[in-house]
Design a protein around this ligand. Structure first.
Ligand SMILES: [Zn+2]
Length: 456
C-alpha cells in the first residue's frame, strides 16, 4: 500500500493524498492551493498522477482547500466515484460556482486557461455520492471505508480506510469543540497510520467560553453609541454560528432589538443548506429546533440577497448590525460598509476570524489609521474589536489528544503531519514524540511511503 502526498504537505492548503493498493487508487481530498490569491500558481500544473486511473475521491469537507480542484480532476480525465457526506456535497454545489468568475479573472491576468469551466464543475458533481457518518463503504480489493464526524464544519469528516483489522485515518480538518452547532469531533482508536492536519499545530487557542458575552457587550456598546456594528464574516460555518448565538441573545432579551443584516448571497445560500441538516447538529441545537425555534432566524434579522436590497441597508438610520463577507475584507460587500462606517467614531468593526497578513482586515486590526478601499483612502475612526475563540480548527492540545486516542491499542506506527506550515507541523511532531512517544513524519510534497510492512 503506497501513500503519496500530492498537496497539503508543509503547507496548509491544497490537500491531496493518493493511496494505492493493488489496482485500486484512492484519493483523499482534492483542494486548491490558496494564499493571497484564490488560486495560486501551483494549481495550474497537471496532476502528478493520472486522474483517469483514480477509482474513488473522498472529500473530507467543503472548504475550497479540500475540494476546489475536483473540477480540474474531471477536466484531466477522472471518471471515478466521489464520496462525501450529503451536506458536504450540497455545500460544494453552493460555494464552488460562486468562484468561477474569480477563477476566470485570475487565470486571464496570468495568461492561463481557466483552471476549469462551469461544465467541468457540473460534470464532476454528477460523480458524487452522499453517505452518512459511520456507514460502511466497500471499495474492492478487501478495502472498506467510513466517514466519521470531524466536528470542523457542517458535514466535515475524518476518513477511515480499513484493510482487515488494519486502519488508516485521514483527519481532514479537525474541529475545536465544543461548538454552538456541531457534534463533538470523533476520537478514533486502534490506528495503524494517521494523516493529521496541523494548521494550528504550534498554537493554543484562547478560552472561548466568554465569546458570547463579549459579542453581547460589543453589540450593546455600539447600540448605546448609536453606531453601526460591522462584522466581516466567512460565509461557511462562521456566519451560521454567529446567527445561532445572536438568536440566543435575542431570545433571552440580552441585547436590544435592532436591525441585523446578513449581506452576503453565499452566506444566505449556505444557511439554507444548514437548515436542511438538523440531524448533524449537537443536542442543544437539535433541542431548540425540535422545540420550534428557527435557530437561524429571529426578529429583526434580514437577509439581503440582491444588490438593491443590500443598498437599502444604507437608508436605515440608527444602530444596526451588518454581517457580510469576505471574512478578511479582501473583497465582497463588507467593503461598501467599511467605506461608509470606518470613518464614523460611533461605529464598530468586530473581527471574529483570523486575518492573514496583507489583507485589509489585518491592516484595520493592526491599527492603521487610514486604509485604501476601491482606490480611495478611508480614515479609520471607528472602534476596532476582535473576539478570539471562533476558530473552527483544533489547536495543538486538541491535536495531541486526538493522536493520543488514535494510538490507543498500541498499533500506531507513524503519524504523517500535513496541512500546516512546516513550523506548525514540526511543533506538533516534537510534542507527540516527547509526550506520547509516537513516530511522525512531516512529508514533502511528492513524497511516497510504502505502508506495506505495517499493513500487508
Ligand atoms: Zn477546513
Amino acid at each position: 500500500m503506497i501513500l503519496t502526498f500530492h498537496g497539503g504537505a508543509k503547507i496548509v492548503t491544497g490537500a491531496n493524498y493518493l493511496l494505492a493498493h493493488g489496482d485500486k487508487k484512492i484519493l483523499v481530498d482534492c483542494g486548491l492551493f490558496q494564499g493571497s490569491r484564490y488560486a495560486e500558481e501551483l494549481n495550474y500544473e497537471k496532476f502528478a498522477f493520472n486522474p483517469a486511473e483514480i477509482d474513488f475521491v473522498f472529500v473530507t469537507h467543503s472548504h475550497t482547500d479540500h475540494s476546489g480542484r475536483l473540477p480540474k480532476l474531471y477536466k484531466e480525465g477522472f471518471r471515478g466515484r466521489i464520496i462525501a457526506t450529503r451536506p458536504t456535497l450540497d455545500m460544494i454545489k453552493t460555494a464552488l460556482p460562486d468562484n468561477l468568475t474569480l477563477i476566470k479573472e485570475e487565470a486571464a491576468k496570468d495568461g492561463h486557461e481557466p483552471l476549469f469551466t462551469a461544465d467541468d464543475l457540473a460534470e464532476v458533481l454528477k460523480l458524487a455520492e452522499g453517505f452518512n457518518y459511520e456507514e460502511e463503504i466497500k471499495l474492492g480489493n478487501g478495502l472498506t471505508a467510513r466517514l466519521l464526524d470531524a466536528g470542523h464544519i457542517l458535514g466535515s469528516s475524518i476518513v477511515e480506510i480499513s484493510f482487515g483489522d488494519k486502519k488508516i485515518y485521514f483527519s481532514g480538518d479537525l474541529g475545536n469543540p465544543p461548538t454552538p452547532l456541531l457534534k463533538p469531533t470523533v476520537f478514533v482508536k486502534n490506528a495503524d497510520y494517521a494523516i493529521v492536519e496541523s494548521a494550528y499545530g504550534a498554537r493554543i487557542h484562547e478560552d472561548k467560553r466568554e465569546r458570547k458575552e463579549i459579542l453581547e457587550k460589543v453589540i450593546e456598546e455600539t447600540i448605546t453609541n448609536g453606531g453601526t456594528l460591522m462584522v466581516p464574516s466567512f460565509a461557511m460555518e462562521r456566519t451560521q454560528e454567529l446567527l445561532y448565538e445572536l438568536n440566543e441573545l435575542i431570545n433571552h432579551n440580552r441585547i436590544p432589538r435592532v436591525p441585523i443584516f446578513v449581506d452576503s448571497p453565499l452566506a444566505i445560500n449556505l444557511t439554507e443548506v444548514y437548515k436542511k441538516y438538523p440531524d448533524y447538529f449537537n443536542k442543544t441545537a437539535a433541542y431548540l429546533i425540535n422545540s420550534g425555534d428557527d435557530i437561524f432566524n429571529f426578529p429583526g434579522l434580514k437577509f439581503t440577497r440582491t444588490v438593491n436590497e443590500s443598498k437599502t441597508i444604507n437608508d436605515i438610520v440608527g444602530p444596526k448590525v451588518i454581517i457580510a463577507g469576505s471574512g478578511m475584507s479582501n473583497g465582497g460587500r463588507i467593503l461598501h460598509h467599511e467605506q461608509r462606517y470606518l470613518p464614523d467614531p460611533k461605529s464598530t468593526i468586530l473581527f471574529i476570524g483570523y486575518q492573514v497578513e496583507g489583507t485589509l482586515g489585518r491592516k484595520i486590526l493592526d491599527g492603521q489609521k487610514e486604509v485604501s478601499i476601491f482606490g480611495q483612502m478611508v480614515p479609520v475612526n471607528c472602534q476596532v474589536k476582535a473576539i478570539g475563540g471562533y476558530s473552527a480548527h483544533a489547536d495543538q492540545n486538541m491535536l495531541t489528544e486526538w493522536i493520543k486516542s488514535a494510538a490507543v491499542g498500541g498499533k500506531l506506527k507513524n503519524v504523517f503531519i500535513v496541512q500546516g506550515e512546516e513550523d506548525s507541523a514540526r511543533a506538533l511532531a516534537d510534542r507527540i514524540k516527547k509526550e506520547l512517544g509516537v513516530n511522525s513524519t512531516v512529508p514533502d510534497i511528492g513524497a511516497s511511503f510504502d505502508l506495506e510492512a505495517g499493513i500487508g
